[in-house]
Design a protein around this ligand. Sequence first.
Ligand code: FE2
Ligand code: FE2
Length: 251
Amino acid sequence: MVFIVHLSDMHVGAINFREDLLSDAINRSNELNPDLVIVTGDITDNGYYHEFVDAAEYLDLIESPMLAVPGNHDSRHMGTESFEELIRKRCSTLSVRNEQIKAIGLDSSEPDLDYGKVGRSQQKRLEKLLNKTENSDLYKIIALHHHLIPVPKTGRERNVLTDAGDILMSIIDGNADLVLSGHKHVPHVWKLENTAFVTAGTVSSMKLRGKDICSFNTIDIQEESVEITLKQSDGNSKILARYENKCKVIL
Ligand SMILES: [Fe+2]
Ligand SMILES: [Fe+2]
């Protein structure tokens, strides 16, 4: 009843950026006509202004309501300013379906550094947004670039949020439904309590591991179940996770 497309790690401007794959993914996304598109950062490769100009042209092709957050690559070379000028506010929120779905964007990037941190002021804002509603049917989604839980097959962990424990606690206590991230370019789903932590692959760069190929995720939220699907650039799809939608009813 609610359909979300999750795109990540476009890396516009990278030497191995594939314009054809990004255009194809955006076309496929538009055909799916999702209620919401969430872009979890590394939109550009180096945060250069001209990369953001190009990236904004691609993002403008997305026909559904969109929420985007910056990644570590976007925050290089004063890219956070360019992000705010050309893409979105770095920490925005978006509600769709008569306020039944709320997506909360967090900026986990630090200027010119690869590691992630949300920080106490954003944590307070997050807790306020998660807890202020009396509407128990609200479906709560959080978008941030860095993963909160280590992702399998990504080697030694170096880039999990430095305040991951604190943010995880706020998310679980706030009964969030979905946390969408990117960064490692490896699609994966962890389920913890009532929250699913979903990472997406890179949609359009050849920064890949082994025989992985580019991809994006879709999230199909039905009254009784949630299904998360990997949409590969070769046209194939794989179900990453399917679980009971225990606590929420989406109208
Ligand atoms: Fe990336
Ligand atoms: Fe990243």
